[in-house]
Design a protein around this ligand. Sequence first.
Ligand code: PAF
Length: 285
Amino acid sequence: MFIATTIEEVRKIVSDWQNEGYKVGLVPTMGFLHEGHESLIQKAVRDNEKVIVSIFVNPMQFGPKEDFSSYPRDLEHDTNICKKAGVHLVFAPDSREMYASDFCTFVDMNGLTDELCGKSREGHFRGVCTVVTKLFNITKSNRAYFGEKDAQQLAVIKRMVRDLNMDIEIIGCPTVREKDGLAKSSRNSYLSVQERKAAVILHESLKLAKSMLDSGERNAAKLRDAISNKITSQPLASIVYVSIVDSITLKSVDKIEAPILIAVSVYIGKTKLIDNFTYEKINKL
Ligand code: PAF
């Protein structure tokens, strides 16, 4: 496995692969890899002859009051995981390599980023779209892999690829969970023992919504109230949003008539966590 820190190195390796006719899969990450990332990497290794994992904590997608400087980093741990998983190239640039001091070109989106995380994280998706576009251009990958835990990110990237005719296939992979249901996330490492126990409330509130949907509930306000009440029953939790949106447009719905995404963002202590599920069985309701 090769570890590249410059764009030039990546271009050289990828050009050799392209000359051999290999299909290339990219797993974009911000590092501190966990089983969620590993499942993306494993899928990429199954689907492609060559696999690149990018590890870059992208400053552009963090707001001024967010956790860019404290975001967990451990390149040695990450490269060991990549090596064991059969990755061929790790791309771990620093910020100067990715952003020239006079960098001034951005990829932005309207509409799809108005709700959910986009509402409370101004500029976040502009940062994500810009860096992901750069990673696609640098690695010239055939496929890229993203977790369904970041449902809005996945929808945004799929739309960007469609709207800008990017020649890459986007593959969403299921959320990987701890035994008690908490979605795996690099930010779980911020939680104290007590907070870690409390964090299961995200999954439990979504399970409640799922059982209400299975029993025929169609009223989005009632579902939102039930989820919110469940979350606020946990003293360490405070809600950022509880959203029920159309799974394609990501616009809020009043009635459950088409496939929907139910997504929550919750502070557990000082740590902001997200979780979601998509409900598609509308015909069975
Ligand atoms: O999901 C992430 O880890 C990041 O948003 C991504 C896609 C690597 C872009 O920085």
